[in-house]
Design a protein. Sequence first.
Length: 401
Amino acid sequence: MHYPPEFIRCIPKNDLHVHLDGSLRLETLIELSKNQGAELPSETPDGLRELVFKENYADLNEYLKGFAYTCRVMQDPESLRRIAYELVRDNLDEGVRYLEVRFAPQLHMSSRMTFEDVMKAVDDGFRSARDEFNRTVTGEEPLFEYGIIVTAMRFFTPEFSVYYHDLARVHRFSTEDELIPMASLELAKATVKLRDTTDIQVVAFDLAGSEYGYPASAHQEAYDYIHSHFMKKTVHAGEAYGPESIFQAITKLHADRIGHGLRLFREDMIHGDEVTDRAGYVRELANYIADKRIMVEVCLTSNLQTCPDLKSIKDHSLGKMLDMNLSLCICTDNRLVSNTTVSKELDLAIEGFDIQPKQLKNMIIYGFKRSFFYKPYTEKRRYVRTIINYYERLEREFGIV
C-alpha cells in the first residue's frame, strides 16, 4: 500500500517511546559541548554521523556509546530545558500531536540539581513548546499534549553519574544487587510525590537498561509502590532477551505497556528449565498480551541497528504482532542515535509489512488511546475523539480507503 508523503506528514501522530537523551539536535549537542568544554570526536554534524551517530551499528554496545556524549551536556537546568523544548518543536514539525518522553533523572542529579530541579527543567521545556504551539491552533486541528515517563535503570555503576557515585559511596557495604533496587525504589517514591505535589506532567514509570543478568524482578518493590499509588507502568522487555523477560514485566511489574517486545515469539530464547512446552508458553503469553490490550511500543529502526540477527525489516516480529492483532504503536526510541522520525518509522512499517489503511489508522489511534494521558479519563476521551475526527477528515481529503 502506498500513501502520499504529505498524508503521513499531516496525520496526527504520537510517539510513546522516545528517550530524551537519545533525541537531541546534533547542532545543539555540538554547541552545548563547546560551551561546556566537553570534547567530541568531531565538531561537525557530518563527522559525528560518521563516527558516533551512524546509520548502522555493529551491536547494542556501539549503539549506546553516543549516550556518553549526550548525557554529559545535560547536567544543568538550562540545557535540559532547551533540549526538551527543541524535541517538542521537532515533533510538531512532522505532525506529532502527542509525546511521551522518558529519561532517567538519576543520570542528571547532583549537588547542582535535585530530582525536582531536573524534572522541572524538562517539564518547563515541554510546557513552553506546547503552549507556544497551542496558541496558534485553529479550527479542528488537534492540540499538542505531552507526558514525562521516569526511568529507573536495571543496571548502573558509580561512574554513570554523580548520583550513583554518591549512592555507592554512602552505602559502601551494600552489594550491587542491593544498590540497584534501592535506587529504583527511591526513584519510585520521588516520582509519586512529585506527581502528587506539583503540576509537572509525570505520567508513568519505566525500567531500562541491559536485560541480561539484570531481571525485572529485582525492581518489584519499586513497581509495587508505583502500582499501589495508581501510576501507569511501562517496561523495556524483550529487546535483547526472550519471552521470559516480557513475562516478568507483566507478572512482577504489572506492566501496562511493553517497550520493544521484539523477542516475544522467540521460543529459542527461553532459558528457564521450568518451561517444558516452549511453543505453548509463547502462544499463551502472546494471547494474554493481546487479550489484555497490553500495548507493545515497537521501535523498528532501533531494533534493526542493535540486533545483528535482523537482516531486513521483514525479519522483525511486527508482522506476527499484526497477525495476532496486538495493540501496538510505532515509536522512534532515539531520534538522534537512530537518525529517525515518527514519519520515517511509519514509512518503514508500511514498506516492510504492507500496512493497509485500517491497520495504519488502528496503530496510530491505539497510541492515543493507550497513552498515559496526564488529564482525567473523560478529558482523554474528548481529546482522542478530536484526533479521530481530524484523522478521518484527512483520509477523505487524500482519498485513503
